[in-house]
Write a protein that binds this ligand. Sequence first.
Ligand SMILES: Nc1ncnc2c1ncn2[C@@H]1O[C@H](COP(=O)(O)OP(=O)(O)OP(=O)(O)O)[C@@H](O)[C@H]1O
Length: 259
Amino acid sequence: MLEVHDLSVTIGRTEILKPTSFVLENGHSLALLGRNGAGKSTLVKALAGMLKYRGSVQLDGRVLDKVSYKERSQLIGYMAQDFAANSVRLTVFELLLMAQNSHNMRFSASHESIVRAQHMLSMLNIENLSERMSDEMSGGQRQKVALALALIRKPQLLLLDEPTSALDLANQLQLLERVLDYTRQQGICTLMVLHDLNQAHRYADQTMILESGSISAKGQTDKVLTAEQIAKSYGVHCEVFVGSDGSRSIHPLSAIVNF
Ligand SMILES: Nc1ncnc2c1ncn2[C@@H]1O[C@H](COP(=O)(O)OP(=O)(O)OP(=O)(O)O)[C@@H](O)[C@H]1O
C-alpha cells in the first residue's frame, strides 16, 4: 500500500506541490489529472525519488526516504514524461537484462532474468523490437520499451507519466489493458498521469485532480469525473454517457469562455 502524507515540493522559493495526502491500495490504479502546470509530474518525480520533498511516503510500511537507492530502484518503476532516445548502443533485450542487474556492472544474465525479459516483451507485444538498437526506434516504439523497462523489476509502485502520449489508438488501448491486468494480478500500486479523461474512466480505480499544486478532487473515478467537476477543473462543458454495462464516456462540448 502506498501512503502519502503531507507531501510537498518547493523549488527555489515556490511551493510547487502543496501538502498532499492520499492512499493507494496494492493492485489499485490511480489516475493523476489536472491542467498543464498543475504539479502532476512534480508529484510523480518526488515519489520516484528525483526531487526533494517534505512529508512522508511509505510503501508497504517502508519509509521511502530511509531506504537505500538500490532498494528504492527495485521498489519503484518510473516512466518519465520525456522518455528519451537511449544513447547507449544496446539492443532492447540487452537493456531489459541490464535493468534487472543495474547494480552489478559485471553481471552475466541469469536464466530468470532472460525469462522475465522475454515475458515482458511478449506481454507488451514488442517481441519484434527485441534485437533493435535502442536509438533506432520510433517515438511510439521507444515509449513501449520505456514502459517495459519501468515494469521489468516487478516494482511495488509503478509511476507512469503520460504513458500513452506517443501511441496510436490501438496501442493505447492494448497497452494500458495489458499493463493494468498485470499490475492488478501482481498487487502493484499504479499511479499514472493522464490527459485523456476517458482513459481515466476506463482504467483507473481512483482519480485525483491537481489544481495549482493542490488536490481539488479525489476518490473513486466515476464519482470524481462528473460533468460538474470537469467544468470546474478544466473549464470545459461536457456530457458523461453511462453505457448499459455501467462504463462511462466523456464527450467534450465546448470550452467555458474566460475560464
Ligand atoms: N525545475 C523547475 N523549476 C521551477 N519551476 C518548475 C520546475 N519544474 C516545474 N516547474 C513548475 O512547476 C509547475 C508544475 O510543473 P509540472 O511539470 O509538475 O506540471 P504538470 O502538471 O506535470 O504539467 P503538464 O501537464 O504540462 O506536463 C509548473 O508551473 C512548472 O512551470
